[in-house]
Design a protein around this ligand. Structure first.
Ligand code: ADP
Ligand code: ZN
Length: 221
């Protein structure tokens, strides 16, 4: 199963990906996570990507495609994978199509998480992430049991550098300009499902799950 999670920052793509993974154990490929890790480690990729990520701009397509091709060729991707935060531009979608042609892969479904601006700003400013395992919390509706500590691994919770209000607005603008055209692109291919992402997590996931079942991608038909 190969699926793409598309939506503005704060739409809950990462959280939904985690929920899907409980039902279908395939890796979540988050280009954002890969980039943040590279930046933290100070690798060549990290050095090249740092200024883009920290200012909320998009990392150049060629770098992203290199990351993706390497990642999906790893063993754990044999049974499929989920993309979270990729593709982000029409160029990346076109490059992905070429790559998939070469590798004989198919996109099963694209989920577009439609969200209002207010929801996004609220969710992102209250978002905290675990520095150790990447788990995502929200101070309002999904707080950790102990302040600033991860329930799962005890790691420290922090606010991402790019979750500050002015960078959020920049990322939203970039999303509308660069990524939104992908909705049309995938709709034309008849592989897009829209999800109302203003709903709470349970309802969002129920919609996704129902569609995955309908498509015969998880559970019984
Ligand atoms: P969010 O979805 O919350 O904006 P991500 O973790 O997906 O956050 O991405 C964080 C940052 O990483 C982006 O603002 C951008 O700089 C960079 N990035 C992630 N994925 C891509 C991509 N596919 N193409 C270009 N830049 C990307
Ligand atoms: Zn953790």
């Amino acid at each position: 199963m190969i699926i793409i999670l598309l939506g503005p920052p704060g739409a809950g793509k990462g959280t939904i990906a985690g929920e899907i993974k409980k039902e279908k154990d395939i890796p979540i490929i988050s280009t954002g996570d890969i980039l943040r890790k590279a930046i933290k480690n100070g690798s060549d990729l990290g050095k090249e990507a740092q200024s883009y990520v920290n200012s909320g701009k998009l990392v150049p397509d060629y770098l992203i495609m290199k990351i993706i091709e390497e990642r999906i060729k790893e063993k754990d991707c044999k049974k499929g994978f989920m993309f979270d935060g990729f593709p982000r531009t029409i160029q990346q979608a076109v490059d992905l199509e070429l790559l998939f042609k070469r590798l004989k892969h198919n996109i099963d479904q694209v989920f577009y998480f439609e969200t209002s601006k207010n929801t996004i700003i609220e969710r992102l400013s209250d978002r905290r992430v675990c520095t150790k395992c990447g788990a995502i919390y929200n101070l309002n509706y999904n707080p950790p049991k102990i302040k600033d500590k991860c329930d799962k691994c005890g790691g420290e919770l922090i606010q991402r550098d790019d979750d500050k209000e002015e960078t959020i607005l920049k990322r939203l603008e970039v999303f509308n300009d660069e990524t939104l055209p992908l909705v049309d692109y995938y709709q034309k291919q008849n592989i897009l499902t829209k999800i109302n992402a203003d709903q709470d997590l349970d309802d969002r996931f129920k919609e996704v799950e129902a569609r995955l079942k309908e498509l015969g991608l998880v559970g019984k038909k």
